[in-house]
Design a binder for this molecule. Structure first.
Ligand code: HEM
Ligand code: HEM
Length: 134
């Protein structure tokens, strides 16, 4: 069981990152679909807004948690297995994305939002490469 821990931490990091990406998905769906039925389906829209609020509220702590989980994953993989340079690249991009997130939170603005979004896209590609080539 314990020998599975390094891998499990990798998957937990992945789930945390999925939660962070949901931020974009729920807002996109809200803008394009849910918002348009605001008058006709009040209850469903209210429920949707509640879920969306939770996803936005926990975005920052889950972002920090993702980094902690990735560091634990790195530590155990390096101690008991090997280094994955693709993994290290993904971690660096994850940290850069979080730093842009912090700057976005402080200063706001479209440019920073797009940069944060773009960094997330690069992160997804790096994680895809990490899954494919380890
Ligand atoms: C940045 C976020 C990261 C995520 C989400 C992540 C996720 C994962 C996942 C889910 C696995 C299991 C894949 C499988 O066995 O099919 C894995 C394996 C692995 N990861 Fe990561 N990882 C990350 C960063 C890193 C870093 C920084 C390292 C550096 C040491 C690393 C090293 C490894 C290694 C050595 C394996 C095992 C590869 C193998 O089975 O040959 N990962 N990772
Ligand atoms: C660590 C990995 C992170 C990823 C992958 C990530 C990803 C994302 C994504 C995909 C969006 C949606 C962008 C859009 O609507 O176009 C977003 C929004 C945002 N992120 Fe992050 N994020 C991360 C960490 C952080 C951190 C640590 C902070 C701040 C401390 C942060 C602050 C924000 C802010 C302020 C927004 C704007 C909307 C909102 O408040 O939810 N992010 N993030």
């Amino acid at each position: 069981m314990l020998e599975k821990l390094p891998e499990l931490l990798g998957f937990l990091t992945g789930f945390a990152i999925l939660f962070l990406i949901l931020n974009y998905c729920v807002k996109w769906t809200y803008r394009n679909y849910v918002f348009k039925m605001a008058k006709s389906h009040k209850e469903i829209v209210g429920l949707y807004q509640k879920v969306m609020k939770i996803i936005v509220k926990y975005h920052k702590p889950i972002g920090a948690l993702a980094i902690v989980l990735a560091l634990l994953h790195l530590w155990l993989m390096v101690s008991y297995f090997r280094v994955s340079w693709v993994g290290v690249t993904a971690l660096i991009i994850l940290i850069i994305t979080a730093l842009i997130g912090i700057i976005l939170y402080k200063f706001k603005g479209k440019f920073l939002l797009f940069t944060h979004r773009g960094a997330t896209l690069v992160l997804i590609i790096a994680l895809g490469l990490h899954a494919l080539f380890k």
